[in-house]
Ligand binder design. Sequence first.
Ligand code: SF4
Length: 267
Amino acid sequence: MKVKEIKVSNYVTKSNLPGFDFVINPYVGCSHACKYCYASFMKKFSNHKENWGEFVDIKLTTKAIDIKKIEYKNIFMSSVTDCYNIKEKDYLITRNILEELKNSHCNLTISTKSSLILRDIDILKEFKNLRVCISINTIKERLNTLKTLHDNNIYTIAFVSPIFPYISEVSKIIEISKDYIDEYWFENLKLRGDYKKPILNYINYNYKDLYPKYLDIYFNNNMRYWKDLSLKIEDICNKYNLKYKIFWNNNNKEEKLILKQESFKLF
Ligand code: SF4
């Protein structure tokens, strides 16, 4: 893992994510190295020769966050890295940012895959408007982290993403976690760019019988699987009166289809 410290002028930048005013990405790159990572395009912008997952730049600044600027604004941390990637253990950049934000009136959504977030529960509990979104795609993953956050009165979002067709057990994830999840987000696996081939090779090697079905979805652009799954999700979420949003991407057309979205009020 190549680690480098870089100076930045500010941690807070304007967002083009729907529903968010600002984003905070305390690092460039991500040690989790997910094969399907949508953020791997960042490699091009940061001039790294290493593969995605093999570098992390630590962002350093001496400038304090302008608290007035972010009052009552919606902030997303983090969109193109994991703010609790492995280097956060040593550098505490995310923790220090939280210290700065905790007395503001911003509406903060933290997105991570790491249980390292539990280290910061003491600060998280001090926020007035906070949601923690943890992405999962199998029933074995990260549910304990969400449960612990919920037990500490922190609003929890299970971001079921990316959903691998015929593999991710979406209904089971809901069934076993519904008592401690405040809201679910569902997103399908997108296969584009550099990671399309390796993921399809992985499916062909490990799930040979599913390979033709993946080709149908990812080359013929057949959305049937996603439409059926959205009906199943709606049924189960309505049955238990659960809050949820479904984000299905049409793989080939590069357009976002949101088949089901409740009124998108963030806080
Ligand atoms: S945790 Fe998120 S940002 Fe990091 S590699 Fe995985 S998908 Fe990409």
